[in-house]
Design a protein around this ligand. Structure first.
Ligand code: SF4
Ligand code: SF4
Length: 299
């Protein structure tokens, strides 16, 4: 089984549109493919794939302090000891924990003289196993302000691989998070290939350089796709040259096409929406990219 991760240095490069199109094209493989959305802070692959949720589970990570008002004597010791300023004294004199500030260090729990502080597991998000028109999909959403997205990303990848193994699918396609932080590292480590999607701009070049370094550091084969290439071919070529110096092949230069947005509005992939054989059409370019990627992946 192979695992392809689609990432970008920042959001808005067209990463998810391409991932969705790959899921469409890969669904025609023997035993299909499994799709996963690891952009858990801002998941949006579901907007195109329209999953029907079969199983949903909460994601817990770490702990969170909560004060039982009926047992609290309002001595204020917890507020004094909390170095994260997570304990608030209300105007009426009662104490409560700010869940967004609590780091789960447990100091207040240990020092409360009347054991009035509970320390339950913190619910940080949900993850789902769903069915789509292209096969199974694993996706998740982190709650607002919740942490440990890297752990949730690892969970989503693991579930997707398990489902692929069960159904005999040879490919898992992952919509990765943008940037170079913990969730991205969690999404690419151990993958078979990474497709970096970038735009032909100065910031696109900078972002590409950062994610390219990340892939090199983790020794993961990386490929480049320059989206909206015709907006600024000179800048696109500069990114391509940099990629060549980093031993990252440029697999596609896709032209800007409003059909991508029109397809999204209809909740379709570009390959479903725009059915044409014209060589310069967005559909043909995405299909050609997929063919090349498949060969590299041996999928
Ligand atoms: S668990 Fe730690 S961070 Fe949270 S309220 Fe208690 S002392 Fe503060
Ligand atoms: S240390 Fe315990 S009793 Fe004192 S204010 Fe905090 S929760 Fe209440």
């Amino acid at each position: 089984m192979k695992e392809l991760i689609v990432i970008s240095g920042k959001g808005g490069t067209g990463k998810t549109s391409l991932t969705a199109a790959f899921c469409h094209l890969a669904s025609k493989l023997a035993h299909g493919c499994v799709c996963a959305d690891c952009d858990v802070d801002a998941a949006d692959l579901h907007l195109i794939l329209s999953p029907e949720v079969e199983q949903s589970q909460t994601f817990t990570s770490g702990h969170e302090a909560t004060i039982r008002q009926e047992d609290c004597t309002a001595c204020g010791l917890c507020k004094e000891y909390c170095t994260f300023d997570a304990i608030i004294q209300e105007q009426d004199g009662t104490f409560r924990v700010d869940p967004y500030a609590c780091e789960g260090c447990k100091v207040c729990v240990e020092f409360c003289p009347v054991q009035a502080i509970d320390f339950p597991s913190a619910e940080c998000g949900i993850w789902n196993i769903s069915t789509t028109r292209f096969g199974k999909m694993v996706h998740a959403r982190l709650h607002i302000g919740a942490e440990n997205s890297g752990k949730l990303v690892s969970l989503v990848r693991q579930q997707a691989r398990e489902i692929a193994a069960q159904q005999g699918a040879k490919l898992v396609i992952v919509d990765g998070p943008p940037g170079i932080g913990c969730p991205v590292i969690a999404s690419i480590t151990g993958a078979d290939a990474v497709l970096i999607v970038t735009e032909p701009s100065v910031s696109g070049l900078h972002d590409f350089e950062r994610v390219a370094q990340l892939c090199r550091h983790f020794n993961i084969p990386a490929y480049l796709c320059i989206n909206k290439y015709d907006i600024n071919p000179a800048q696109g070529d500069a990114i391509s040259t940099l990629a060549e110096q980093r031993n990252i092949p440029t697999l596609a230069r896709i032209n800007h096409d409003h059909a991508f947005t029109a397809a999204q509005i209809e909740r379709k992939t570009i390959t479903e929406y725009l059915r044409t054989d014209a060589a310069d059409s967005a559909t043909s370019q995405v299909r050609a990219l997929w063919e090349t990627l498949s060969q590299h992946l041996n999928a």
